[in-house]
Design a protein around this ligand. Structure first.
Ligand code: NDP
Length: 328
């Protein structure tokens, strides 16, 4: 196979560097399926991986990119024959296993999902890990028994990737969506995705009371820290909050009051090691239920060469919605 183009992170005594290289195919890691990558994305975690601010990359050299879509080029896995369109997200790809910012990736077939019916490879990456995590959050709220008739749902970090898809999915399912954003200029964008109300990020950002007025039955939180504590404190009796992110901090300065006085549940969402049946169901539902026109409204497409800048932008909170990277 020779070499292929890739964005490669290397570590030396002077620190971590990222550069485009002609990567030697002989250095690809073990796996029974080799994929010609056509699309990848930039998620918050990719921003962290390229910034070296957080220990996301745990093997060097690394090709970052925690998700990709493409076509099987070589395979010894009967479930994923040559020519099959596939999607990958999670399993440590882009962290401990060479990832998606490359023309070629080699992975375990067990990690792959067939490209869901109803989605192109570009749409699958417009959804990406962020959108799939939004769906896992919606499914967790549903599994808890919550439904639109129970009251509003709050989505924090609403103009980001997880937030934009969560707003769209929940509004599409009939929920009254309260979108929390630090970018008031994105109010029209969020209303276009289906948000019924917009609240200012600052309302939830600082230290709050252990328990407050009941404002919503459910929440999807991609921010963490005081924001998650305040969302919990304002959740209605027997409501639930899906916690999936840390864009505002990894801490949780909360009290037990919402849990023991209101029976509120905190639902943890992990996309990386999520078991295959739930993963497949999430992708199936995304293919069947996510409004494609709205997905288009929240998506910008960039080239592989734009990834380093986009990674810095996403950590700075400057990216609206989702970024698709065209690779092939
Ligand atoms: P984005 O950067 O696209 O979205 C994050 C949003 O959070 C921003 O757009 C912004 O929304 C808000 N935000 C950013 N900084 C702050 C801050 N300091 N305080 C409060 N709000 C802030 O990232 P993604 O959507 O890709 O990911 C969101 C989070 O979810 C990340 O922490 C990511 O690591 C996590 N995640 C977790 C997964 C899991 O498996 N659990 C999988 C995927 C993502 P606005 O401008 O509207 O306020």
């Amino acid at each position: 196979m020779g070499t292929f183009k890739a964005l490669v992170v290397r570590k030396s005594d002077s620190g971590q560097t990222a550069a485009f290289e002609d990567f030697d195919a002989a250095e690809l890691m073990d796996g029974d399926v080799t994929v010609r990558v056509t699309h990848s994305t930039v998620n918050y975690k990719d921003g962290l991986a390229l910034s070296a601010k957080s220990p996301v990359v745990r093997r060097f050299p690394m090709i970052p990119g925690i998700d990709f879509a493409g076509v099987v080029e070589a395979s010894s896995n009967p479930d994923f024959p040559v020519g099959r369109s596939v999607v990958l997200n999670g399993w440590g790809v882009g962290e401990t296993h060479l990832g998606g910012y490359a023309e070629v990736a080699r992975v375990k077939g067990d990690w792959l999902v067939a490209l869901p019916e109803g989605l192109t490879a570009g749409e699958a990456m417009a959804i990406g890990t962020a959108g799939y995590t939004a769906m896992l959050s919606v499914m967790a709220l549903e599994s808890h028994g919550l439904k639109p008739a129970d009251g509003p749902v709050v989505v924090t970090g609403a103009a980001g990737g997880v937030g934009s898809v969560a707003v769209t999915l929940l509004a599409g399912a009939g929920w009254h969506v309260i979108a929390s954003t630090g970018r008031p200029a994105e109010a029209d964008y969020l209303k276009g995705l289906g948000a019924a109300e917009i609240i200012e990020r600052a309302e939830l950002a600082g230290p709050g009371r252990p328990i407050g007025k009941e404002r919503w039955a459910a929440g999807v939180d991609s921010v963490g820290s005081h924001t998650l504590a305040n969302v919990l404190a304002m959740t209605k009796y027997r409501g639930a909050v899906a916690a999936c992110g840390l864009a505002g901090g990894m801490d949780l300065p909360a009290s037990v009051a919402p849990f023991i006085l209101r029976g509120v549940a905190l639902l943890g969402i992990d996309s990386v090691m999520c078991p295959k049946p739930i993963r497949q169901e999430a992708w199936r539902r995304l293919g069947a239920q996510l409004d494609k026109a709205k997905l288009g409204q929240m998506t910008q497409t960039i080239a592989l060469s734009d990834v380093p800048q986009a990674a810095a932008d996403i950590l700075a909170g400057k990216v609206r919605g989702r970024l698709v990277v065209t690779v092939g």
